[in-house]
Design a protein around this ligand. Structure first.
Ligand SMILES: Cc1ncc(COP(=O)(O)O)c(C=O)c1O
Length: 369
């Protein structure tokens, strides 16, 4: 097992380092005051300090189920298993499917690649196109796999999203082949223009839909969930129990208190969408200005800009950049090509974005990389 480059790099950066590396939200946009009030309210009830049930806090499961119903995906609280972040959701599913074969996107989320490795799962990669996963290769690959792990909304790391047509085609392929989908959707609410129907919605008996409050509320809460058919969900509960008995009751109740005023959450999501779109546009403008050789596709949501400096070894580049106070993740860490790079555009402020990209430019000029 190799450590995650991002987790490791976070330990080697200091307060002067400008980081485009982690998938970190903008701290200034956390609904800090509202969460402070929600915490106070949660602690008004001493039951918040007690052990809880393994599947999660009932009120929160009801609120998440309602969220799905509002989006046209019929869901009951029994379809929800609360997890300690969606990372644990994926781990639970993979422990249950230990040793199974799984079709994944190329590139894919590093945290997932490590979970697959830990659970002795054999992965087969399928490239992403501008429209989402490449369908012919996906159909071939899934015929030999038990599961598919896909991130259709503003994928990590590529920023790509699946068109409605691709989603329908993927659902059809999975339905015909009777294979199971793990749909990881932490960025689905961070769209800049319009939301998309989940693939799981077209495949409710054959899918695990992973959700999380990390990117839309706060990652420190460590509250995520698995949405699945009751028959698929039932066997996972024993794994959750063995891993940590249950997700923190306090943070579940904080989220639940916060969500009680549904309008505030909706407003907060809208604030994030507008602010992140503005940051993404700014990042792209600064790229054009300082690093015009960077080839990329502008994302339509999420937190990442993915692309390449044609022929440049991005691992060598990041080592030099680290010495000069700026960091990003080389695409190879996600199974991408040697010259690919992922930039996170949400965490840094506007001045840091400009300064960070200027630092990369000066490193490239000085080192001839
Ligand atoms: C695709 C994807 N899945 C899962 C996670 C883990 O999120 P959580 O904080 O909910 O565990 C991340 C975090 O970056 C992610 O990008």
């Amino acid at each position: 097992m190799r450590r995650s480059f991002i987790r490791e790099i976070l330990e080697h950066t200091n307060s002067e380092t400008i980081s485009f590396a982690g998938g970190l939200p903008d701290v200034s946009l956390f609904p800090h005051k509202a969460l402070q009030i929600a915490t106070y309210n949660a602690l008004e009830n001493a039951e918040s300090l007690q052990y809880g049930t393994s599947t999660g806090y009932t009120s929160l499961k009801e609120q998440i189920a309602e969220y799905y119903c509002q989006r046209g995906f019929p869901t009951a609280p029994e379809n929800i298993l609360i997890t300690s972040g969606s990372q644990q959701g994926l781990d639970i599913i993979c422990r249950y499917h230990y040793g199974a074969s799984v079709t994944i996107e190329k590139p894919s989320y590093l945290g997932a690649l490590n979970v697959f490795k830990l659970n002795s799962m054999e992965t087969t990669t399928v490239p992403l196109t501008e429209d989402g996963i490449e369908l012919k290769s996906f159909e071939k690959s899934i015929a030999k796999s038990k599961l598919a792990y896909l991130i259709p909304d503003f994928q990590n790391p590529s920023g790509r999203y699946y068109t409605d047509k691709t989603r329908e085609n993927v659902a059809k392929i999975l339905e015909d082949s009777q294979k199971i989908l793990i749909e990881d959707a932490p960025y689905s609410e961070l769209y800049f223009d319009a939301p998309h129907k989940s693939i799981s919605q077209m495949l409710s008996k054959q899918s695990y839909h992973l959700g999380s409050f990390s990117k839309v509320l706060s990652p420190a809460l460590r509250v995520g969930w698995i949405r699945a058919d009751v028959e698929l969900l039932k066997p996972l509960i024993a794994y959750k129990e063995a891993m940590d008995l249950h997700t923190s009751g306090i943070t579940q109740r904080i989220v639940s208190e916060y969500l009680k005023d549904g309008e505030s959450f909706e407003k907060h999501l809208q604030t994030l969408r507008v602010a992140y779109k503005e940051k993404m546009n700014y990042f792209c403008k600064q790229l054009e200005l300082h690093l015009p050789n960077f080839e990329y596709t502008q994302p339509k949501g999420g937190m990442f800009i993915y692309g390449k400096f044609n022929g440049v070894d991005s691992r060598a580049l990041v080592q030099e950049c680290l010495k000069n106070g700026v960091v990003f993740v080389p695409g190879i860490e996600f199974g991408g090509a040697d010259d690919e790079i992922r930039f996170n555009f949400t965490h840094s402020n506007f001045d840091e974005i400009t300064e960070g990209l200027k630092r990369i430019k000066s490193v490239m000029d000085l080192t001839n990389l």
